[in-house]
Each structure stands twice: as structure tokens, then as C-alpha cells.
Design a protein around this ligand. Structure first.
Ligand SMILES: *[C@@H]1O[C@H](CO)[C@@H](O)[C@H](O)[C@H]1NC(C)=O
Ligand SMILES: *[C@@H]1O[C@H](CO)[C@@H](O)[C@H](O)[C@H]1NC(C)=O
Ligand SMILES: *[C@@H]1O[C@H](CO)[C@@H](O)[C@H](O)[C@H]1NC(C)=O
Ligand SMILES: *[C@@H]1O[C@H](CO)[C@@H](O)[C@H](O)[C@H]1NC(C)=O
Ligand SMILES: *[C@@H]1O[C@H](CO)[C@@H](O)[C@H](O)[C@H]1NC(C)=O
Ligand SMILES: *[C@@H]1O[C@H](CO)[C@@H](O)[C@H](O)[C@H]1NC(C)=O
Ligand SMILES: *[C@@H]1O[C@H](CO)[C@@H](O)[C@H](O)[C@H]1NC(C)=O
Ligand SMILES: *[C@@H]1O[C@H](CO)[C@@H](O)[C@H](O)[C@H]1NC(C)=O
Length: 474
């Protein structure tokens, strides 16, 4: 406040008249507010160029949606109180080096949606020592000079989405005060080992909707403060083992919409604060055991729209999930390996919409509606494939006397009538009246169920413990 008053005295007029001055020298076609902070509103005013005089105590100027083409050197004269300047949605095609000289307090400069800018001179932003936020989104930029931000020590937020960058601009390297970088919807092809070098305060990085097909080893290693990382909708088919090592504060990681196949147990090993993980819309077919082991803060995991046929319970051990597990749109093979998941669905409602693709007797059925049965020995029995030799009229191919799995299939088929499509019911009808069925039914209802029940209790205990932990930490 003190500094500002001095400024008025020295450069302008005594403070008491400042409000009047703001009104008096308001540019034609603009509106100037009489509030304590003088705002100059010149948006949608049909301006073809920047007005030559602004009230010297202006704290914000809005020139959006005009047809300004050119920003000359010192285009705004000297405006010692100006904090915010917006030139969005114009038709700027050239910015003279030193255009923003004379604006020592400028903290926010918005130039988004000027599609003819394309190129910026190294000294475009010279003298903006207090600039915190710079918006260059949708300016058709192909690159920016490496040293363009050299005189912007205070820069924290850089908006450069929707341009034509093919690389992460080298200009951001070493900018230790950057906290937010928006680079989505460009044509970036890689995150190199040094792309993000020195960005020690970076919290938010958006690289979604680019063409990234490779991430180098240790690419994020300097960004230990990162909280939100968007890498979705790129062309990644693999990641280095140590990709996200050290990102202990990461809360959200989006890897959706890539071509990942195998999820390695090393990727997420350090992400102890991760709450949301997107792996949706990939080709994930295999998840290494332990992959989610250290994700002790995870609240939701998105694995929908992949190529998963099964999911071992061990992948989720220990059980940390609380909110949601998204698994829809995968070619699920609803055999006994997924029985645990059905129990999860029933008991905790963390999961839904798991449509079975196979075995054929349950194709098109939701896992929640599949009945798993047990052999006399207590083993879970897989739903049958229709096409097993069961249909065969030839006695030589009689199935139930050969291997145990065929025997199991038969038994499970006997027990599976309820809830199955009509055709299954029809084919098994003749066999429902066997004494075998009765005997089995007895065994299942005594004894065998105990294991399942104690198992569920164990699971419930784990999940409850986690729920309590998370509630406490909120
Ligand atoms: C914007 O500028 C470009 C080139 O500088 C010109 O071709 C185009 O006609 C201008 N558009 C408008 C709406 O003034
Ligand atoms: C980061 O900001 C601080 C305080 O504004 C400043 O002293 C420092 O020089 C800045 N760092 C860089 C690399 O410009
Ligand atoms: C993915 O996992 C499968 C099954 O373990 C393995 O055969 C394959 O080599 C792995 N592929 C890659 C790229 O790691
Ligand atoms: C989980 O973290 C611990 C301690 O940091 C580490 O020893 C272990 O290897 C991690 N697990 C995996 C699967 O990397
Ligand atoms: C899905 O996984 C199967 C193997 O289980 C493989 O044959 C198939 O090519 C995969 N599909 C895609 C789209 O990756
Ligand atoms: C039955 O399935 C096997 C493989 O599972 C396949 O090779 C065979 O062609 C199928 N038979 C019929 C009649 O569909
Ligand atoms: C199953 O049986 C019912 C009546 O018993 C019949 O209406 C239906 O068409 C049969 N389905 C098939 C696939 O044979
Ligand atoms: C089932 O068995 C009972 C007697 O055990 C018999 O009366 C009935 O007809 C049988 N039903 C079929 C469909 O074979």
C-alpha cells in the first residue's frame, strides 16, 4: 500500500483525485469503473488498435473481443498500477519486442485466442518482473524461444494449450517458480529426460491430447511436488520402470486413452498419496501383481475400456480401495478366477457393470448374476462353454468320465440353471433330476460355505479398517 501511494504521488496525481482521473481519461468506447481499483473495460468495443491513453491508475484493462492486430513497443505507456491485462480474442499478428514495458506491476497477461500470433520474439515479455500468470492458449504457436521467459522470474502459471508445439518448450526449463503448466491439445511427441528439468515447484502439468509416444527415464524426477499429472489421450504403449518415482505428492494421474498393455508393478510404487488413477481406454491385458500395492491413498481406479479378461485378487492385495473400481467394457471371462470380484460387488458395491464375454454359458450376463458352484470337494466350478463335448451325441466323447475339469464343467452346468438364458435351461433340463444334484446340493449347503464366509469377513475387516483410516485423514 505504501509503495502504491508513493507511486501515485510521484507519477500521477494525489490519491484523492485518482478516481476522478480514471473516469476523466477513460478511452473512447470504454467504460471505466469508479471503484477503488480502476478497471478499464474496452471489450467488444470494435477497436482496431490499442487506445493511446489509459488512466494512469488503471489496475485492470480488458480489451477482449476486438480486432486489434498489432501491439507496438510500450503500447500501454506507463501504467504503474496495472495488474491485469487481457487481449483475448483479437486478431493480433505481431507483438513488438518490449510491447509491455512500463507495466512493472503486471501480474496477469492474457492473450489467448489470437490465432495469427504464431511467433513470439525473445524479448516480447521483457520487463514483466512480477508476471505470475501468462495465457497464450490457442495462438497457433509452433514454438517459443528458449529464453523468452528469462526475465519473468515470478511466473507461476503458464497456459499454452491448443497450440502447435511438437516439443515441450525449452523455455520452461529451470523455471523454479512455475506451479501450473497447461500444454494440452498440442502435438508434443515426447517427455524427454530434461523437458521438465528444474521445475521443482510444479504441482499441475497437463499434457493430455498430444502425440506423446515416449517418456524418457526419470523425466519427472525434478517435479517432486507434482499433484496433478495428465498424460491421457496420447500414444503411449509403454512407460519406463521408474516413470513416476519420487512423486510422493501426486494425487491424480491420468494415463487413460493410450495404448498401454501391461501395467508394471514398478510404475506406481512411490505414489503413496495418489487418490485417483486413470488407466481407462488402453489395451491393458495384464496387471503385474503388486502394481497397486503401495497406493495406500487410492480412492478410485479406472480400468474400464481395456482388454482385461481376468483380474487376480492378488493384484488388489492389500485391499485399499474405498470409492470406486471402474471395470466396465472389458472382455471379462467370468470363471472362478473372478469369483472374489463378484463377492466384492455384492458386499461393498464398489464395482458394477462387469459384463461377461465368456464362458459362453454366461456371455452377456453381468458378473453379479453369475452363479458359481462347487464340486463335492469344495472347489469353485467354472461356468461351462456350450461347445464342450457335452452336446455330442457320440458316446465315445462322453465328457464326465475323463478329466476333472470336464467333470467340473458338467456339474457346474447342472447347478447353473437358475439365472441362465433359456437355451441353457432347456439343454440341462433332462439332467436336473439326478441324485448327483441332490447330493451336491447338500454338501454345498453344509461345510463348504464356511470358507467363503470367513473370507468375506476378512475382506470386510480390511476394507472397514481402510475406510476408517481414510475418514480420519480427511
Ligand atoms: C486477421 O488477420 C489476418 C492476417 O493478419 C487476416 O488475414 C484476417 O483477415 C484478419 N481477420 C479479421 C477478422 O480481421
Ligand atoms: C522465484 O521467485 C522468487 C520470489 O519471487 C525469486 O526470488 C526467485 O528469483 C524466483 N526464481 C527464479 C528462478 O526466477
Ligand atoms: C506383457 O505381459 C505378458 C504376460 O505376462 C508378457 O508375455 C509380455 O511379454 C509383456 N509385454 C511387455 C511389453 O512387457
Ligand atoms: C512399496 O514401497 C516399499 C517401500 O517404499 C518398497 O520397498 C516396495 O518395493 C514397494 N512395492 C512395490 C511393488 O514396488
Ligand atoms: C487383447 O488381448 C488378447 C489376448 O488376450 C489379444 O489377442 C488381443 O490382440 C488384444 N486386443 C487388443 C486390442 O490389444
Ligand atoms: C469348441 O471350442 C473349441 C475351442 O474352445 C473350438 O476349437 C471348436 O471349434 C469349438 N467347436 C464348436 C462346434 O464350436
Ligand atoms: C426353451 O424351452 C421353452 C419352453 O420349454 C421354449 O419356449 C424355448 O423356445 C426353448 N428355447 C430354446 C433355445 O430351445
Ligand atoms: C424326477 O424323478 C421323479 C422321481 O424320482 C420322477 O417322478 C420324475 O418323473 C422325474 N422327472 C424327470 C424330468 O425325469
Amino acid at each position: 500500500i505504501k509503495g502504491r501511494n508513493q507511486c501515485f504521488v510521484v507519477l500521477c496525481i494525489p490519491h484523492i483525485h485518482a478516481v476522478w482521473a480514471c473516469v476523466r481519461s477513460c478511452p473512447a468506447n470504454c467504460v471505466c469503473t469508479q471503484e477503488r481499483s480502476c478497471s478499464v473495460l474496452c471489450d467488444r468495443a470494435g477497436l482496431l488498435q490499442i487506445p493511446s491513453n489509459f488512466p494512469c491508475e488503471a489496475s485492470s484493462i480488458n480489451l477482449d473481443k476486438n480486432s486489434i492486430k498489432f501491439v507496438s513497443e510500450r503500447a500501454f505507456g506507463t501504467l504503474p498500477s496495472l495488474k491485469s491485462l487481457s487481449l483475448q480474442h483479437n486478431n493480433i499478428s505481431f507483438i513488438t519486442p518490449g510491447a509491455f514495458k512500463g507495466l512493472p506491476r503486471l501480474t496477469e497477461l492474457k492473450m489467448a485466442h489470437n490465432e495469427y500470433i504464431r511467433y513470439l520474439h525473445t524479448r516480447t515479455f521483457t520487463a514483466l518482473k512480477r508476471l505470475v500468470r501468462l495465457d497464450l492458449a490457442d495462438c497457433n504457436l509452433f514454438n517459443i524461444p528458449d529464453r523468452i521467459f528469462i526475465e519473468l522470474p515470478a511466473l507461476q502459471e503458464l497456459f499454452c494449450f491448443q497450440n502447435n508445439f511438437r516439443r515441450i518448450p525449452g523455455a520452461i526449463r529451470g523455471m523454479e517458480n512455475l506451479t501450473h503448466v497447461y500444454l494440452e491439445r498440442n502435438k508434443i511427441e515426447a517427455v524427454a529426460y530434461n523437458s521438465l528439468q528444474g521445475l521443482t515447484r510444479l504441482k499441475y502439468l497437463n499434457l493430455q491430447d498430444n502425440r506423446i509416444n515416449v517418456i524418457h527415464d526419470h523425466a519427472f524426477q525434478d517435479c517432486q511436488k507434482m499433484e496433478y499429472l495428465y498424460l491421457n489421450d496420447n500414444l503411449l504403449n509403454d512407460l519406463p520402470e521408474n516413470s513416476f518415482d519420487g512423486l510422493r505428492h501426486l494425487k491424480m494421474l491420468s494415463l487413460g486413452g493410450n495404448f498401454l498393455r501391461n501395467v508394471s508393478k514398478t510404475w506406481f510404487r512411490d505414489l503413496v498419496e495418489l487418490e485417483v488413477l486413470y488407466l481407462d481406454r488402453n489395451r491393458v491385458n495384464y496387471i503385474e501383481e503388486g502394481a497397486f500395492e503401495n497406493l495406500t491413498s487410492l480412492v478410485s481406479l479406472h480400468l474400464n475400456s481395456n482388454n482385461l479378461t481376468t483380474l487376480p485378487f492378488s493384484v488388489f492385495r492389500p485391499v485399499y480401495f474405498l470409492g470406486r473400481l471402474y471395470l466396465f467394457r472389458n472382455p471379462w471371462e467370468c470363471d472362478c478366477r473372478l469369483k472374489w470380484l463378484k463377492e466384492w460387488m455384492e458386499n461393498y458395491r464398489l464395482v458394477r457393470d462387469i459384463l461377461c464375454v465368456s464362458p459362453s454359458s454366461v456371455a452377456g450376463i453381468d458378473l453379479a448374476d453369475v452363479l458359481f458352484d462347487r464340486s463335492p470337494e469344495g472347489y469353485c466350478l467354472d461356468p461351462v462353454e456350450f461347445n464342450v463335448t457335452f452336446y455330442s451325441p457320440t458316446p465315445t466323447e462322453e465328457p464326465h468320465s475323463t478329466t476333472e475339469s470336464k467333470f467340473s464343467s458338467l456339474i457346474s452346468k447342472l447347478l447353473l440353471q437358475e439365472g441362465l438364458p433359456e437355451e441353457v435351461a432347456n439343454t440341462t433340463e433332462a439332467l436336473t433330476n439326478t441324485t448327483l444334484l441332490d447330493r451336491l446340493g447338500d454338501e454345498v449347503s453344509s461345510g463348504v460355505g464356511e470358507y467363503a464366509i470367513s473370507c468375506s469377513f476378512h475382506l470386510l475387516a480390511l476394507i472397514t479398517a481402510q475406510a476408517v483410516m481414510v475418514l480420519q485423514s480427511k
